[in-house]
Design a protein around this ligand. Structure first.
Ligand code: ATP
Ligand code: MG
Length: 212
């Protein structure tokens, strides 16, 4: 399984979701590689902190940019699960990873500026599918407002995805401090001291839906 977490908008939660899914898989007993393809190196820095933090589930980490096809073709033979944090730009790394991935996950906040990236994401997906027709593409709505009066924003965001034939997961992430707190020390929502059951359930639900 090769999951690429990508998109075109900064801050939508790509690194957070890549890290938490990778930890979820490692804790479930899979041999996982987490590859950061973002020149910003957010996940690389997180992984460096994680390596210093003893007692956390083992996770192999790598940083690579540019054309990832050769690297990924090799890594899928060596790991049961590969998760790529592809960063927030229409880059060669994102496009090349989509050409060889089994799954693509596109985190989007329920905000106009995130949803405005859907037309170009749609084009990117169409191009990837010309060489990788079995690619499974899903969106996940992230950092959703917790107020009940704001539910329509979430439903509208899912509808916007569907209008581009990008199926949104039922699972979403709400705005929760646990995600930000987990960044400290290279942790995940599964490992932080002030544990947040709801954040844990959100990550589990994303994983379950993606790989079911
Ligand atoms: N569900 C959430 N609730 C609260 N904060 C969140 C949530 N998801 C992500 N964040 C926070 O939002 C910020 C941006 O998240 P993240 O770095 O994962 O986004 P990104 O898409 O990888 O950004 P970039 O495009 O810069 O790579 C971080 O501070 C992160 O902790
Ligand atoms: Mg990032």
């Amino acid at each position: 399984m090769l999951l690429v977490v990508g998109g075109e908008k900064g801050g939508s939660g790509k690194s957070t979701i890549s890290q938490n899914l990778a930890v979820f898989l490692a804790r479930a007993g899979y041999d996982v590689l987490l590859l950061d393809a973002d020149p910003q190196g957010t996940t690389r820095d997180w992984a460096a902190e994680r390596q210093m933090n003893e007692g956390l589930a083992g996770l192999t980490f790598e940083h690579a940019t540019g054309d990832l096809r050769k690297i990924l073709a090799d890594r899928v033979k060596r790991y049961q699960m590969v998760v790529v944090d592809a960063g927030g730009a229409d880059s060669l790394a994102l496009r090349s990873a989509m050409a060889v991935a089994t799954h693509v996950l596109l985190p989007l906040r329920p905000k106009r500026r995130d949803l405005k990236t859907l037309p170009n994401l749609d084009l990117m997906i169409a191009q990837a599918k010309t060489v990788n027709p079995d690619l499974v593409v899903r969106a996940v709505i992230t950092q959703c407002p917790t107020l009940p009066s704001q539910v329509k924003r979430i439903l509208d965001a899912k509808e916007a995805c569907r209008s581009f034939e990008i199926e949104p997961l039922d699972a979403i992430t709400m705005q929760r401090n646990a995600y930000d707190d987990a960044d400290e020390g290279g942790e995940s929502v599964f490992e932080i001291a002030a544990s947040d059951t709801k954040a844990i359930e959100e990550v589990e639900a994303i994983a379950k839906e993606l790989w079911s």
